[in-house]
Ligand binder design. Structure first.
Ligand SMILES: Cc1ncc(COP(=O)(O)O)c(C=O)c1O
Length: 516
């Protein structure tokens, strides 16, 4: 936490002090005020140089006598925590940071938050530790190859701001209160039409629950429909975001392999309570699940009494073919919960997604969501409903489809010499990333390490697997960077791959088995 710098921040501290001083406690009031202020200055909560209100105003706001306030302030000035400047007032002094003090700790004497791995690192739960295993380090910044990042530079910001302003003006007062309707009705209606027409989802608007992104949908589903220790089938390789939610819910994750027809449900797998799939565009392998596999999956869910979580995260972006119909549309048994997101089509910071629920789950899920996460963002939801209904959404999707097709072409062009040399790329019929399959883990690790040196983040495919060592490769997002950036970074990757191959070839040729 940064030190509070504004005068408004000082006002919050004074409010907090007023409450503390109003509580019955032992000790003279001037001493308690002195200690309260000193603690906050020492902890770095108040920015050095901030002007303190006059003693008269402080006395009024703290409901103290002026002499009580003056006594505390004089003591703090005497000890160097405050400075007086003639004619200007009393200011927070600029103190050197004490060892062990942290602005976030609140108290100078409290132990500082230590970096992980140091002796005083915070003790997480085992579930928390596993959860962090799916999260990038806090110093990892999105870059040119970040998977799943859309073209933020192409988002129609001015139009969006106009819509937000308009809906803010029109917002009924009750939108400021707690809500439990499952989301703004106009958004659920617009979404229902869109999903029926373009994704063959069968639903009524009432079955749609608006959530804060797919991630919240996964979390809600896991908490409401499973108990700790229950089993979830996850795709192998698969999406870490969903796996993190299942870990956090205490589930047993069973990796089920994906081949070129999609999830391969073989006999003998332990019975699941939940099954997570990306049938339209498997993440990250890009496979589209065949009809036969879809029917087999629905049959397996029925047999086990399991729920299927269909994650349809980027189906809008198909190049060439029409989007594949959703699995949900084939489901006659009410087993599929269809999860969608606006993170890819619009932008991830929007934090809006949705779950299309089987009829029986509408009421429990809506109530659980309102209890666990609360509903909100009704103004934004309402603006989004108009964005969809007025045709801006489909226009934006069409534009982004063209943009991503071009960006993918640029990446293929940059990698072409490597592809001629044997690098295998996924088909790229849909979505926002390509997979570059590699021959061995050493190449994967070397490329990732060289990327770090260049400030280019590469996502190793093997980290998408639960069963080590996983297939080596790289997941290359191409949607979020300009064509020039893609060409530059793609050219670098191509050169590195060729260089590594040559080095390895040289090593192989001079290794123990090499002929003289
Ligand atoms: C496979 C997959 N599902 C879902 C999501 C969307 O998540 P959210 O809506 O929480 O941003 C992503 C985003 O990266 C994803 O890659």
């Amino acid at each position: 936490m940064e030190p509070l710098s504004s005068q408004a921040a000082l006002d919050w501290v004074i409010d907090a002090l007023a409450m503390e001083l109003a509580e019955a406690a032992s000790g003279p009031l001037s001493r308690r005020l002195y200690l309260g202020l000193r603690e906050r200055i020492q902890a770095g909560r108040l920015a050095p140089g901030s002007l303190l209100p006059s003693s008269r105003r402080l006395a009024r706001e703290l409901c103290l006598g002026r002499n009580t306030v003056l006594a505390a302030l004089e003591q703090l000035v005497a000890e160097g925590f405050l400075e007086t400047r003639p004619g200007a007032g009393t200011f927070i002094a600029d103190l050197p940071r004490l060892a062990g003090s942290s602005p976030a700790s609140g108290l100078a004497s409290a132990p500082a938050c230590a970096a992980p791995g140091t002796a005083t690192a915070v003790a997480l739960s085992s579930r928390g530790t596993r959860l962090l295993g799916y999260s990038p380090g806090s110093n990892v910044r999105p870059g040119v190859f970040t998977p799943g990042l859309p073209a933020l530079d192409r988002f129609p910001q001015a139009l969006w701001q106009r819509l937000i302003r308009r809906h803010l003006h029109r917002a009924p007062t009750d939108w400021l209160g707690y809500q439990a309707q499952g989301g703004v009705p106009a958004l659920r209606e617009a979404l229902c039409d869109y999903l029926r027409l373009s994704r063959s989802v069968r639903c009524r608007p009432e079955q749609i629950l608006i959530v804060q992104g797919a991630q919240q949908g996964f979390e809600l589903i896991a908490r409401l429909l499973t108990d700790p220790g229950d089993r979830v089938w996850v795709e192998e390789p698969g999406y870490g975001g969903a796996k993190a939610c299942f870990e956090a819910a205490g589930l047993e994750l069973s990796p089920v392999p994906v081949d070129d027809e999609g999830l391969r449900v073989a006999a003998g797998l332990p019975a699941p309570r939940l099954i997570q799939v990306t049938p339209s565009h498997q993440y990250p392998s890009e496979v589209t699940m065949t009809l036969g596999r879809r029917l087999a999956l629905l049959e397996a869910a029925e047999r086990h009494g399991a729920w299927i979580v269909e994650d349809d995260y980027d189906s809008e972006f198909r190049y060439g073919q029409r989007p594949i119909a959703a699995l949900q549309g084939l489901d006659n048994g009410g087993r599929v919960l269809y999860v969608g997101t606006f993170s890819k089509v619009l932008y991830p910071g929007l934090r809006l997604g949705y779950v299309v629920l089987p009829e029986l789950l509408v009421d429990p899920c809506r109530r659980a969501n309102a209890r666990l996460h609360r509903e909100g963002q009704y103004v934004v939801q309402s603006a989004l409903a108009e964005f969809i209904a007025a045709g801006h959404f489909s226009r934006h999707v069409r534009r982004m489809r063209d943009c991503y097709r071009d960006r993918q072409a640029r990446l293929r062009e940059a990698l072409a010499p490597a592809v001629s040399g044997g690098l295998e790329l996924s088909e790229g019929q849909a979505g926002m990333h390509l997979v570059a399959w590699l021959d061995d883990h050493a190449t994967e690790a070397a490329l990732v390490a060289r990327g770090v040196d260049q400030g280019i983040g590469l996502s190793p495919l093997s980290t998408y697997y639960l069963t080590p060592p996983g297939r080596p490769g790289l997941v290359l997002g191409y949607a979020g960077a300009s064509e020039a950036e893609i060409a530059r970074a793609g050219g670098w990757l191509c050169r590195e791959w060729l260089a590594l191959r040559e080095e390895r070839g040289v090593r192989d040729a001079s290794g123990p088995g090499a002929r003289a």
